[in-house]
Structure formats: structure tokens, C-alpha cells
Ligand binder design. Sequence first.
Ligand code: GLA
Length: 360
Amino acid sequence: MTTESSVRAFAPGRVNLIGEHTDYTDGLVLPMTIHLGTTVTADVGGDRVSLASRNEPEPVDLPRQVPTDPDALAALRPEWARFVGAAIAHVRPARGLHGVVTSTMPIGAGLSSSTSLAMAVTLALGFEGSAHELALTVQSVEQAASGVPCGIMDQLVAAAARPGTALLIDCRSLATEPIRLPGDVQVLVVDSGQPRRLMHSAYAARRAECEAAARIIGPLRDAVPGAERAITDPAVRRRARHVIGENARVRAFAAALAAGDAAEAGQIMTAGHRSLRDDFEVSTPTLDDTVAELMATPGVLGARLTGAGFGGCVVALTRPGVTVASRRHWIVQPAGPAWREQAATSGRAAAPSWPRTPHR
Ligand code: GLA
């Protein structure tokens, strides 16, 4: 292979502070990126995309022109080749890659390791476009690769985050607003120890129930609390009650942060967990125990499961210095967006090629 240049692309993971299972019904979410993420370092050139991974036993080796139909994608092995294959199908790169994927993320812990892999590969393949275009492209890549009808939250925060702020996202307009955290709090992410499977059917089933609710009472984003009482199916009614309440909680949480009222923000998070447990039914006994353990820890203001649920991590808002001895955890600060740098093989210094200017 003739190497034309080299590329390094990074995409961060994320933790969602509030706004769970609201993105795929055009609702509100408030995630932030974290310092953990996935990096692709590669030589650019040739006709194949060959990537080894420090986290995977088998490398991926695919032609630069992969078949794009879903069956061909689903047949790719090893499993992570589906993400690379779907990224190739969406970017249609002019040149191949030969390189390595490294990740500092816990895989399958609900911190968006799959978005970070798909986005880092998409950028390394030469994606050009705005932050919104990158997010929408990577959402399609992930849906094609995993079969999970995920929303836009994970991809948009990874593409459009601003360092030092969480991001309030309106998933209908895709407008984003940076939100500062008060100085007297920290965000603590705690691994429940229960590996998360994005149980395809359960996530898709929740999405279908939300769509069923919307057919009865109209867009959940526009529904007022109590509107769900018109729904006769009790499960569908509970799903709608969660989503309607959760959108209100996102607004209240953002307002509490703006007012510097961290105690109120914490209580809103804990109320969000109860709703995910009782109404949306995506928690597990292990996640509930982790939340309870945190809430019994001095200095913890609020805690909830983060991400899709069914296992993975809990996020807590705490006073500075709080840690948990018994479980793997990270104190996280709002990090920046995904980026890419490229260098000619002549040895010129790497130059940023994405993002070039602040994206809106
Ligand atoms: C997963 C999906 C997101 C979102 C969350 C739940 O992370 O990828 O789009 O739906 O679950 O809030």
C-alpha cells in the first residue's frame, strides 16, 4: 500500500445527566461528553480498510467498497466489523486505511462506546460535513450496524459538545445550548458492574410503545402532564407518563443549574430514576442498588441510571471529593467534541481537519 498521509481521529463517550428515552420522540436531553473515548490512528491509502483493535481479539479487514445491503452488513465478522463496514458504506472513502483502534472506554457500560467507535472510524475515513451532519451520519451507521433504532443524543453530543459545558439538546430542531455546571458539584459515574446489553427487542419495544402513545395523544414532546390518562393500555400509559415527565425534568434541571441550585438538580435526577424504574421499566435490581448505595453516601445530591438502562452505569451529582470505594467509578468533567488531525507522510506536523471552526 502506498501511504499518502496519516490520520488520527478521536470521538468521546458521553454520560447523560437527564433526559432518558426522550430523544427518539423529539424530546429534550442533557448529556455531556467525557474524557474517555476511542481513537483511530492510521495510514491513509490503498483499497482496503484494515484496523486492529487493542480491545478485540480479531482485526477488521474490508474492501473500500463494501456491499451496503443490511444482510451483507449483518454477515460481517468479527462483530465490530459491522460498525466499520457501515461507516465505510456511509462515507464511501476515496482511500483505504491501515491502522489501530484504541479505546479508554469501558465497553458495554452504557457510556456510548459504540457511538465513539463509529464516530472515530467515520472521521478517520475522511467524513466531511458539519457537526449535525456527522451526528446524523453516525446515527445511521449505528442503526445499520446494530439494528437498534437509537435516537440522536449520543451522536449529537459527541459531535457538537463544547468543552466545559453539558449540552441541552432539542431533539426535534437539533438546536443545542451549552449548560454550565455549578462550581460546587462534581459528576460521578459509577459502574453498576452489570454489563449492559442494549437488548435489541426491549429498546425497540419501548420505542414502539412511545409511538403507540403518540398515535393516541399526539406528539409526546407537546403533551402536558396528565395527558397520558387518555391512554387505556396501562404499560403504554406508563411509558408516556415517563416521557412527558422527563421532558419537564430536563427543563427543571437546566433551570436549577442556572440558578446554582445543585440540591434541587440532584432531586430531579433521583426523581428521573424512579420514573425510569417504575414507569419506563428499564432499570434492574443492580442499578437500583447502586442508586440506593449512592443516595446513602454523604455528599450525594442525586443519582440515576444513565443511558438506555438494562445495566451499565449510574450518574450522580455530588459535592466535590465524594467517591465510592466499592465500585469502579470516574469523576468526569464536561469534555469537548470529536476531532481529527491529519499529516502528510513527508512528516509535516499534524493539522486539525475536523472540527475546523466551532460548529453550530
Ligand atoms: C441509548 C440510545 C440513545 C437514547 C438512550 C436512552 O443510549 O443510543 O439514543 O435513546 O439510549 O436515553
